[in-house]
Write a protein that binds this ligand. Structure first.
Ligand SMILES: Cc1ncc(COP(=O)(O)O)c(C=O)c1O
Length: 337
């Protein structure tokens, strides 16, 4: 099976399964799980925050992250392409009565500073209260430059807003830029990290932030049914992922560049408009190619892609190596002839 649909599809390796099997556990809702406690304490320190919370998913971490900053009737500024606006079932609005104020993402994934400044609503009874700016790094595989996030920090501080980072793939950004994760995290009041994407754990994310904020998020997590019991088995996998699977993300980025180059050689496939920065490859596909038919044909060979409208997004990860990419390219080339 060669699966390009997402980096969420990775399976835990034998060593990760071993630490899971051997993890010391307790009841985490009582605060008794030593492995969860260790992961939270280690992660807070490592990323430069006061406290951390282990959550079931990135979606849950983002939701708690937003609700930790905003109350009913508040709003958060985010990108039109932001995962926590577009792909999380409107959780902040549905469950928190927090209104999103989406802004266009620029081609490099950023939100224009002028757009952010203009979107901040004055203190007036007509308006929701603007409380938070939420960025995403990486976004669509693109890395937000450090200088940019520092500028947003300065603007947020000037306007009295909090700054959140959806860092589901922040480690991809850190590895691609060659910048320590704590430096990438530094401008933000809060941040999420997904352990179950490129880092290769089966389940789990982290929310990082100030102590009282994480305390509020812990209560909200319980309210959402996200209080897990002997969660140390999962936290052990997350800790293993953070200690062993960070540097190797460079390999995924290298493979993504290779994949884009190989696709570019095939008639009807064009990756030139989407330079690869991390582990996500976007391909424009000519209308002469039946991309849905192609996906079905590949599926019969154990190759999984998600076809889009005249294009597709392919994601590299630890369970895809060079040989798998060559097999995929060979299959596509044969299908085209
Ligand atoms: C940028 C980003 N944030 C958050 C999430 C949500 O993570 P989860 O699927 O664990 O809920 C995803 C998932 O793909 C994502 O890509």
């Amino acid at each position: 099976m060669i699966d390009f649909r997402s980096d969420t599809v990775t399976r835990p390796c034998a060593a990760m399964r071993k630490v899971m099997a051997e993890a010391e556990v307790g009841d985490d809702v009582f605060g008794d799980d030593p492995t969860v406690n260790m992961l939270e304490a280690w992660a807070a320190e490592r990323h430069g925050f006061e406290a951390a919370l282990f959550t079931a998913s990135g979606t849950q971490a983002n939701l708690l992250g937003i609700l930790g900053h905003c109350e009913r009737g508040d709003e958060y500024i985010c990108g039109q392409q932001a995962h926590n606006y577009r792909y999380e079932a409107g959780g902040a609005a549905v469950l928190g009565s927090v209104q999103p104020q989406p802004l266009p993402n620029q081609p490099d994934g950023t939100l224009a500073l002028a757009d952010i400044a203009q979107a901040i609503k004055p203190d007036d009874s007509h308006f929701a209260r603007t409380k938070l700016v939420s960025l995403e790094n990486t976004i669509g595989g693109k890395v937000l430059p450090l200088g940019y996030t520092q500028q947003v920090r300065a603007l947020a501080t000037e306007k009295g807003l909090q700054l959140h980072l959806d860092g589901a793939r922040a480690y991809n950004g850190s590895v691609a830029m060659g910048v320590d994760i704590a430096e990438l995290a530094q401008p933000f009041d809060s941040m999420t990290i997904c352990l179950s994407k490129g880092l290769g754990a089966p389940v789990g994310s982290l929310l990082l932030g100030p102590r009282d904020y994480i305390q509020r998020a812990r209560r909200l997590r319980k309210m959402l049914g996200g209080g897990m019991r002997q969660a140390g088995i999962l936290a052990a996998a997350g800790y293993y992922a953070l200690r062993h699977n960070v540097e190797r993300l460079a390999e995924d980025h290298e493979n993504a560049r290779y994949l884009a180059q190989q696709l570019q050689q095939l008639a009807g496939f064009d990756t030139a408009a989407h330079p690869v920065q991390t582990n996500i490859v976007f391909v424009d596909v000519s209308s002469s190619i039946d991309i849905h038919g192609l996906a079905k044909q590949l599926h019969t060979q154990g190759i999984f892609i998600i076809p889009g409208y005249q294009g597709m997004r392919l994601v590299t990860h630890k369970d895809i190596d060079r040989a798998a990419i060559d097999t995929f390219i060979g299959s596509v080339a044969r299908a085209l002839t």
